[in-house]
Ligand binder design. Structure first.
Ligand code: PMP
Length: 437
């Protein structure tokens, strides 16, 4: 059929000026990208006038959807005052006060423009603080695109190595061997194996970087004994524990650390704390964060950034947190529970093997009933990730946006009726996803 949509026309233009017409792989679609026009409530209208429920909210960043008047008003006021300055602003103090009040382990904070930069700085802090260069991360976990933090997410099982000694596998071609050698890879949720690997590296480790519910490794919650082991062993080895809460901060008023009872040395943040504007943050114990302190001589970790702590992100972030109350968390939990009940019925009705992982307002779809504990079991489930990607495409056609890997994030802009609409779309999309095989 001859393609005449406005998105197709725009994509033809895009291909002339961007590689493959794309500037963000996570939003790439074939035969062409679909271009957003505006968001409203929990929905996006695209440039061709089609409306869809946004059930991933810019990859979990938009916890209030597009509906918060408080955020819009804060952003409008700030843009009138000036979008950014080569000076500090009061907003950075207020946002820090709010985050320190919520996160029990965070005494001091500092801002970046993305979660990637927050993780990069956390690793630099750990290195400066301990004088060691190596750090450990969990296999399959995504922490942004800083070279060492993006290792071991490769989708080719032949590159993974043995489970008791997972390889440090590059994600981008050309990653220097020296970078890979500095990364120790541990299997998520496999407490005895991970402990043995960490102990074998002994006191060469600056830090262990962990996300308690890593999306790309399955969105499976960490087992309590796994997290307890990481805390105990890092203390014994003199390494720092870095908790990546770029996504999981949205799991509760006190973040994932409150929900899981973890006491990290450093926390990385991003996404929801910017109210829809670019942001990242790194926070932690006073003693550790002092590597940034410019009042005690030349800082051990220099850190600037033209847009770091920019007032648009600060003010929108404050507004987003003001709207993120214990009551809104209860609402998000109830949406998650409604979804679980509805999707379970849906799988049964169609006789399709499937399950969802996740907690709070986060979910990930898996088309398999296999037990999922980590990256390897998730990758193998349901014949690999292709089927879920087909389901995401069918859902898009049925009016619901989820990530290609099945990730979903509910927002405070959603009602139980919206969840029902999502379930109804699954009802139509599930059989189609299988028939397209
Ligand atoms: N850490 C985690 C756990 C993430 O999920 C992400 C992004 N999805 C990042 C870090 C990187 O954040 P950003 O995309 O803002 O660079």
């Amino acid at each position: 059929m001859f393609e005449t949509s406005k998105s197709a026309t725009l994509y033809d233009r895009a291909k002339k000026v961007m590689p493959g017409g794309n500037t963000r792989h996570t939003v790439f679609r074939q035969p062409h990208q679909v271009y957003a026009l505006r968001g409203h409530g929990c929905r996006i209208t695209d440039i061709d006038g089609d409306d869809r429920i946004d059930a991933v909210g810019n990859f979990t960043a938009l916890i209030h959807g597009y509906g918060s008047e408080r955020i819009r008003e804060a952003a409008r006021r700030q843009i009138d005052a000036g979008p950014c300055f080569g000076m500090a602003t009061e907003g950075e103090i207020r946002l820090s006060e709010m985050l320190c009040e919520r996160l029990p382990s965070v005494e001091l904070l500092r801002y970046t423009n993305s979660g990637t930069e927050a993780v990069m700085n956390a690793i630099k802090v750990a290195r400066a603080f301990t004088g060691r260069s190596r750090f450990a991360k969990c296999e399959g976990a995504y922490h942004g695109t800083y070279d060492p933090a993006e290792t071991s997410q490769e989708a080719r099982p032949e590159s993974w190595g043995e489970i008791d000694n997972p390889a440090s596998v590059p994600t981008a071609k050309g990653t220097p061997q020296g970078v890979l050698d500095d990364v120790v890879v541990i299997p998520f949720n496999n407490t005895p194996v991970a402990e043995a690997i960490l102990r074998a590296k002994g006191n060469s480790l600056a830090a262990v970087l962990v996300d308690v519910m890593p999306n790309r490794a399955g969105l499976v919650p960490a087992k309590p004994e796994f997290l307890q082991m990481l805390r105990r062993v890092t203390r014994e080895l003199g390494a720092l524990l870095i908790l990546d809460e770029v996504i999981t901060f949205r799991l509760g008023y006190h973040g994932a650390q409150g929900r899981f009872g973890v006491d990290p040395d450093l926390t990385t943040l991003g996404k929801v704390i910017g109210g829809g504007f670019p942001i990242g943050a790194i926070g932690g114990r006073r003693e550790v964060m002092s590597v940034f302190d410019p009042t005690i001589g030349s800082p051990a970790v220099p850190h600037g950034g033209t847009f770091s702590a920019n007032p648009m992100s600060m003010m929108a972030g404050i507004a987003a947190l003001e709207d993120l109350t214990p009551v809104s968390f209860e609402h998000l939990e109830s949406l998650g529970e409604l979804f679980d009940a509805g999707i379970g019925d849906c799988f049964r009705r169609h006789g399709i093997e499937g399950q969802v992982t996740g907690l709070g307002s986060l979910r990930r779809m898996h088309l398999s009933n296999a037990e999922l504990t980590d990256f390897r079991s998730t990758f193998a489930a349901g014949d690999g990730p292709k089927r879920v990607a087909a389901l995401a495409r069918s859902l898009f056609d049925e009016g619901v946006i989820i990530a290609a890997n099945g990730l979903m994030a509910f927002s405070t802009a959603m009602t139980p009726d919206d969840i029902q609409e999502i379930i109804d779309a699954f009802d139509r999309a599930l059989p189609k996803a299988f028939s397209k095989e």
